[in-house]
Design a protein around this ligand. Structure first.
Ligand code: NCD
Length: 311
């Protein structure tokens, strides 16, 4: 594995296999009464979050704690960043305290890469703007692999606000590495500019027609409509979005009971996903959250354990 985890494209098939094997062991730890392992004793992990987060931040914190690392959370709001300190000064200040890893979420695409060039600590990208979120893609693939056995040749359908989605970008890269067949579906206004070229390079299909794609899906991943990143009108009304692109009760019936449904959260219930779909027996939404802790334990372990840093 590389020193940093900045992009899903950093990961080879072998890296993913290693991470998943360790994640499965960590998953067992999650079900023990006493969850602490000594693996990262004496290591310090900083969670530096400049954007809101529930799952990602807390699961990195729990992952670090269960591996006995000292974990510290710094939020953009409440830090000197809100006094006008530059990102570089904030990061150099933290690095000077002697930390081993920085888990970072920032509103600017490329922020994690930039930080990795300033400091010696391992940098894990926990979401940089609309660019990437590699540990989310890892936990999605881990969850789906456990359900489907393998992703090789499986048809995974991603639906939603692709323009603003770092989960989409990391997922298509990782799913391509793992040999899945991928189709991404969005209304024309939420299909990213330049997707024609990128989809050919990476190897995924695009569609504007959810009802055409859905019957051939082996797994469906619904993505959130990211209103906070929208400046104008991307669709006429919420109702029209749901009719065209929501996983409604009718579409759930088309899908049948065996096709797993994923959503990275937070969900807009009633907009991109109906409550019936979110709470269906085939919904993996909470499995994804639980896998998130195991997968992040595995990532921290492989980047930090062993002599002199990354293993
Ligand atoms: C995603 C994110 O923040 O990129 N959420 C997450 O990490 N669980 C997706 C989203 O915000 O819609």
């Amino acid at each position: 594995m590389k020193k940093h985890l900045l992009s899903a494209a950093d990961l080879t098939v072998d890296d993913v296999a290693t991470l998943f094997t360790t994640a499965a062991e960590m998953h067992d730890v999650q079900h023990r009464e006493v969850k602490k392992l000594p693996a990262l004793r004496g290591r310090t992990v900083i969670n530096l979050f400049f954007e809101d987060s529930t799952r990602t931040r807390s699961s990195f914190e729990i992952a670090g704690k269960w591996l006995s690392a000292d974990t510290i959370n710094i939020a953009g709001k409440g830090s000197s960043a809100s006094k006008g300190e530059s990102l570089r000064d904030t990061v150099m200040t933290i690095a000077s305290m002697g930390v081993d890893a920085v888990v970072m979420r920032h509103g600017a695409s490329g922020a994690a890469l930039q930080v990795s060039q300033w400091i010696d600590a391992a940098v894990i990208n926990a979401g940089d703007g609309t660019h990437e979120h590699p540990t989310q893609a890892l936990l999605d693939a881990y969850t789906l692999t456990r359900r489907l056995g393998t992703l090789e040749g499986r048809h995974v359908v991603l639906v939603g606000d692709l323009t603003h989605s770092r989960v989409f970008r990391s997922n298509v890269l990782l799913l391509a590495t793992l040999g899945a067949r991928v189709t991404v579906v969005a209304p024309p206004t939420l299909m990213p500019a330049g997707v024609e070229t990128w989809s050919k390079d990476v190897g995924f299909a695009t569609s504007y027609d959810l009802d055409e794609v859905l019957p051939t899906a082996d797994a469906v991943m619904m993505l959130r409509v990211q209103r906070e990143r929208m400046s104008g009108g991307y669709f006429p009304t919420s109702r029209e979005y749901t009719v065209g692109y929501g996983l409604t009760r009718d579409r759930l019936a088309v899908l049948g009971p065996d096709v797993p449904i994923c959503h990275p959260g937070p969900m807009n219930r009633g907009l991109e996903i109906a409550a019936d779909a979110a709470d269906a027996a085939q919904s993996l939404v909470l499995d994804q959250v639980s896998a998130g802790v195991a997968v992040r334990m595995s990532v921290l372990y492989h980047l930090l354990a062993g002599e002199g840093g990354h293993a």
